[in-house]
Ligand binder design. Sequence first.
Ligand SMILES: [Zn+2]
Length: 317
Amino acid sequence: MTTLLISQSNGAAHRTPQGHAERQERIEAAQKALSHPRFSTIQRETAAPGDLELAELVHSPAVMDIIRQVRPAEGIGQIDPDTFVSERSLEASATALGGVLRGIEAVVMGQADNAFLLSRPPGHHAERDRSMGFCLVNTIAIAARQAQRLFGAERVAIIDFDVHHGNGTQNIFESDPSVFYASSHQMPLYPGTGAPHETGVGNVVNTALKAGTGGDEMRMAYKERILPALDNFAPDLILVSAGFDAERRDPLAQLEWVGSDYAWLTGKLMDIAARRCSNRIVSMLEGGYDLGGLASGVSAHVGMLLTGEAGPDSQID
Ligand SMILES: [Zn+2]
């Protein structure tokens, strides 16, 4: 596979308070993992800023208005108990958006088979009308809409394996049959949505995993529900909300996934992408708050995207 790794050079522009789980060190840990010789053949680019006016494709104007109102001239402002905006946060957000749009362009133009974007802040909790849960704008939702408008992808699938339910992405697309949204997440857990009976207009699949469960339960959920539904949707493009907070070491959740689970899951998505959409997968970082767990998950996920094979630490069936 030809894999494009897109990195954001200004992630540090988005600052959160001391001790906040969502911090720039996450990007540095993942970046270090991806500097291993195993990734020597990956194509590397630095993200350029995208146009945050595109946020209006999926958000009401109030979302950007509130971010701008709360954003201080200096320091860090607070949108909700978890969600912060610093003076230059929107620069980081714009670059995250530019990065994922570049990934989509690259796979649609055939410059790469798949792409991974390393960026922050995350986005999947941001709903149509509000920022929340560390997320200012819903980057992957904006990207899905832009993929339809600009890049001719009529049917876009978003697979969200972050340990938290992507309430924002579901909220934005739950009545739109041209976008498929599937999430696996720990439940009960923040934000509380994502029960299996939440199915949108038949375009949403939610699988709830119990605290303490590991890769076996995850694999069964994907084999039985998410993968058949994704295949049946026949996407033109697969986007991935790649959070690594289901990893066993993560401090914000209690699932027990390991690197080989991320490799397995990525391989299964690649099988469907090969059959349905000329391999086109664009994945972007969401959560993942233990630096070692994040590095392990990112290595397994991107290693599989690049080589089609699980890495040295990974067992795959
Ligand atoms: Zn998460």
